[in-house]
Design a protein around this ligand. Structure first.
Ligand SMILES: CC(C)(COP(=O)(O)OP(=O)(O)OC[C@H]1O[C@@H](n2cnc3c(N)ncnc32)[C@H](O)[C@@H]1OP(=O)(O)O)[C@@H](O)C(=O)NCCC(=O)NCCS
Length: 199
C-alpha cells in the first residue's frame, strides 16, 4: 500500500513549513508522507503503545490519521511534534515535540520512540531540544509533562529533563501524573542544538 497522509486534502496553512532542529544524533523535522510505513512499525508494537491512550497497538489507518493531525497542528499553532530522524542512518526513531491538548495543563512535551531506540538517551536528547525551542523560540513561561502513573521510563525522562512533579490528576480520561518546568528553572545543557528556520 502506498504511503500517503492525504496532504492534498489539507489546507495551505496545514502545509506550513515547520522549523527543524538538529541535535547531536537527531534531526527533529516535520513528518512526511513517506514516514507512514516506519511510523506504523512503531505504533503496531504493543510495548510502545502500552501507556498511550487505551494501550492498544494502532492499525495503519489510525496511524495515518494521527500523522495527518500532527501535520495539521503545526499549521494551526506553528509548533507541534517533530519526526525524529537518526542522523547516522536516516531512520525514523519516533516523535518528540510540543503539543497542546488541555488548557489547564498548557503546552506539553510529548514523545514516543521505537522500541529499538530505547535506552540510548534519545528521548532525553530530543526532549531537551524541544524544551529549549519552547522557551527560547516560543517564549513559553512553563512546559508540562503528562504521563501514566506507572510509565516509569517516561517519568524518569521528565525528571531528568528537570521537570518537577506537580500532582496526580485525571486527564483525557486517564489517571496521570503531571510534571512541569518553568522557564526560570530551566537550564540549557550546552549540547548541540541548531534551529533551521523555514519561516
Ligand atoms: C518513554 C520513552 C521515550 C523513554 O525512552 P528511554 O529509552 O527510556 O529514554 P531515553 O532515550 O532518555 O534513555 C534513557 C536511558 O538510556 C540510557 N542511556 C544510554 N545512553 C545515554 C545517553 N547518551 N544519554 C542519556 N541516557 C543514556 C540511560 O542510562 C537511561 O537508562 P536508564 O533510565 O535505565 O538509566 C520510551 O520508553 C517510549 O517511547 N515509550 C513508549 C511511548 C511512551 O510511553 N511515551 C510517553 C507517553 S507520556
Amino acid at each position: 500500500m502506498s504511503a500517503t497522509l492525504h496532504t492534498d486534502a489539507l489546507t495551505p496553512s496545514d502545509l506550513f513549513r515547520a522549523d527543524e532542529v538538529e541535535t547531536s544524533r537527531l534531526c527533529l523535522r516535520m513528518f512526511r508522507p513517506e514516514d507512514l510505513d516506519a511510523m506504523c512499525e512503531i505504533t503496531r508494537d504493543p510495548e510502545v503503545m502500552r501507556y498511550i491512550g487505551h494501550g492498544h497497538p494502532l492499525k495503519r489507518e489510525e496511524t495515518r490519521q494521527n500523522l495527518a493531525r500532527i501535520v495539521a497542528a503545526f499549521g494551526r499553532r506553528g509548533f507541534g511534534r517533530w519526526a525524529l530522524e537518526l542522523k547516522e542512518t536516516g531512520e525514523l526513531a519516533g516523535y518528540c515535540g510540543l503539543s497542546l491538548g488541555n488548557e489547564e495543563v498548557g503546552v506539553e512535551l510529548a514523545y514516543m520512540l521505537a522500541r529499538g531506540a530505547w535506552g540510548r538517551g534519545l528521548a532525553l536528547e530530543a526532549g531537551r531540544a524541544s524544551l529549549r525551542y519552547g522557551f527560547e523560540r516560543l517564549d513559553l513561561s512553563s512546559i508540562a509533562g503528562l504521563t501514566f502513573q506507572d510509565n516509569r521510563r517516561s517519568r524518569r525522562v521528565l525528571e531528568r529533563l528537570g521537570m518537577s512533579f506537580v500532582r496526580a490528576a485525571h486527564f483525557y480520561g486517564f489517571d496521570c501524573v503531571h510534571y512541569a518546568v518553568a522557564r526560570a528553572d530551566w537550564r540549557d545543557d550546552g549540547s548541540l542544538y541548531r534551529v533551521k528556520s523555514e519561516r
